[in-house]
Write a protein that binds this ligand. Structure first.
Ligand SMILES: [Fe+2]
Ligand SMILES: [Fe+2]
Length: 282
């Protein structure tokens, strides 16, 4: 028999909401990632997705709050909601400052996600929305893991931006199993989450590329060189996203659990930057 999912979440991982604010308004007027337009646009494009995305995650999980019997899982849900709410706030100011600096209306950047979400809220069932959230939380968790595992990804970035991305990655790791544990507790099946993963992977990639193209629309140099160099930055030998295939595919396994990827040791190394926490390897 399999263990219940919550019992597979390590007991010594606390979900600690850190109410951080980042002073990045002026930094966002520049190519803050070592002067590199592609690298800057890659991270900025993801930031654009967060405020709407994270609100959707919070709402999807909250819809099942009354059906969670385990008080420990209830407590973890509160931690998850608190962390995602602060992430939303910080990425909202990030995105507003970014769009002001680039002369692109934020509404224009968000319009496609907004339409998809309106569709999902209207036509999908709560369990389907939760399933999509579980899949997206896994994508976030493996990207967060790559942030620590492949430090080249943020090498040369402005220190305040590095701090912001580390802070977010750390908290994504702490709460990576919350939506998953809720999904299993309310009877979500692995077939459902597999299908969701296929759909959201395509969707997420498409949105990031679209946002990057908008952000890079005034780029003066050769586009071919820009994207070729960018692919090397992401997927090359020292690429920021190297090593993601396996943890990504693991999600499709029947008995997968997010803490099968036990990266407590890795993230504990950045904890001191953020006033501690409780990801201590036992
Ligand atoms: Fe987040
Ligand atoms: Fe999250």
């Amino acid at each position: 028999m399999h263990q219940s999912p919550l019992s597979r979440t390590p007991q010594n991982v606390e979900i600690v909401p850190r109410n951080r604010q980042f002073n990045i308004e002026e930094v966002l007027e520049t190519n803050w990632h070592g002067g590199d337009a592609f690298k800057t646009a890659f991270f900025d494009a993801m930031s654009i997705l967060f405020p709407l995305g994270e609100q959707f995650f919070i709402d999807s999980v909250k819809e099942f709050r009354d059906r969670i019997e385990d008080p420990e899982l209830q407590r973890r849900v509160r931690g998850f909601v608190a962390q995602e709410s602060i992430h939303r706030r910080e990425h909202q100011s990030y995105n507003e400052a970014l769009c002001r600096a680039r002369g692109i209306p934020l509404e224009k950047m968000e319009e496609r996600v907004e339409k998809k979400q309106a569709f999902a809220r209207r036509y999908l069932r709560p369990i389907q929305r939760l399933s999509g959230t579980v899949a997206l939380e896994h994508l976030t968790a493996i990207l967060a893991d790559a942030t620590f595992r492949n430090p080249e990804g943020l090498e040369g970035a402005h220190p305040e931006m590095q701090a912001l991305w580390h802070w977010h990655a750390l908290e994504e790791t702490e709460h990576k199993s919350v939506a998953f544990d809720v999904f299993v507790a309310v009877g979500g099946t692995y077939w459902r989450r597999r299908i969701s993963m296929l759909l959201v992977t395509l969707d997420f990639t498409q949105h990031v590329i679209r946002n990057m193209r908008l952000l890079l629309r005034d780029y003066k140099g050769s586009r071919f060189k820009l994207w070729w160099g960018g692919m090397k930055f992401l997927f090359g030998e020292k690429g920021a996203l190297r090593g993601l295939k396996e943890p990504y595919l693991d999600f499709y396994k029947k008995d997968f659990h997010p803490w099968d990827h036990d990266n407590r040791e890795l993230v504990s190394s950045v904890m001191s930057e953020f006033g501690g926490g409780a990801v201590n390897p036992i």
